[in-house]
Design a protein around this ligand. Sequence first.
Ligand SMILES: [Zn+2]
Length: 338
Amino acid sequence: MNIAFEGVAEPLGPAGDDSVRPFVVETLDVRGRAIQMGPALDAILARHDYPPPVSRLLAEAIVLAVLLGSSLKIEGRFTLQTETDGPVDMLVVDYRTTGAIRAYARFDRAKVADAEGAGAAAPGALLGRGTLAMTIDQGAHTSRYQGVVPLEGESLEEVAHTYFRQSEQIPTRVRLAVAEMHAREGGAVRHSWRAGGLLVQFLPDASERMRQPDLPGGDAPAGSDNAEFAEDDSWVEARALTGTVQDDELTDPALPVENLLFRLFNERGVRVFNAAGVRDQCSCSREKITAVLSNFTADEIAESIEADAISVTCEFCGTKYGFDPEAFKPADDPPPAA
Ligand SMILES: [Zn+2]
């Protein structure tokens, strides 16, 4: 098999579920990452118990965040967040370089049901229009990096392509797929979520080879030589190969990502590297929420009290924290705004 495993003494088996597998195809100047997500994804989605189209959309966002965040070479947090005007008006996924992921969606249940009934519950339609922001946070003493792209009713795959074209100028293809599994277990049927993703980027040493034709409606005047502009042959080939990947291949538990990469790139020689695991883990704590409440004004504290207590539920993991309002009585009301 023309597939080499790098950085390990022994040949590796399949990375398995919930592990990101980096790879390179040197003869095409392509590198990327692939993942199949199983138990970690299912735990997050099962806990939230959103309507299926919302779970599906959040699963895509989780896979995309893991594919992008796992490229960070330093410790920190990568956050992918959408803010849009559709039935699902916010998605938030946090990926920590330790492999911890957490995610939630905010949505209008009635609007999602209407969209489903009208057969308009595709991911892009549920999102509507707005923005997708990607933030890299490396801790208290470093500046944050944020990239924002418009989201106009497309799929998350398409938005990712736009982002890499506009912000990074790296020719990029992303594939995302989500599947619902039904397994028989002792007479009962167990439902679970799976997802898969593939990120392929063209990164030749000579940056002029990365030139991409202008987008329709871009700066180039109509009738310019854009139509005859030829992309680099290696990228054309890599993009075409990536385009042959079917959704069920990305999520098939019997088709490890290494086998998929071999199917795509074996004629060119693909090398894979050590995989990095991801897991379902929130980072909320009583201390962090106490710190947030401590900054509330007297009015905000008063508004938060219900039945003589303040109850805070973590949007990500559903953990409920209860507080005694007496602990947050500010000494004085803040001075009125000038
Ligand atoms: Zn939490």
